[in-house]
Design a protein around this ligand. Sequence first.
Ligand SMILES: [Zn+2]
Length: 119
Amino acid sequence: MSCFVNRMQRKRERKTRNEQQEMLTPAAPAQETYACTNCGNELFSAAAKFDSGTGFPSFWQHIDDHVKQQFLDTYGRERIQLLCSSCGQHLGHLFPNKKTPTGVRYCINKEAIAISEEV
Ligand SMILES: [Zn+2]
């Protein structure tokens, strides 16, 4: 029995050692949601927003399948374009980022998102 408890404890310790999220500074209360300015589709949770230092609103995760990713190969540069899955509005681009838990950064145009009123 005590053996089982020890195993549970070890599992918990491993979890707390995962400190990736502490590298991020939440910029807004976690309950808020950012929605598409064109159609109101909820795109990002404020809990996934962070300050990237680029001046662009940046997120490390989108909501469900509300953001569409489109592979771009223009001017010899490979980029992933982000679109609203509902209306197709251009939101920004997806970049690799070592600091985020997901390994990517959603670089979003300020004009494309607004804090959703209904939460
Ligand atoms: Zn939209």
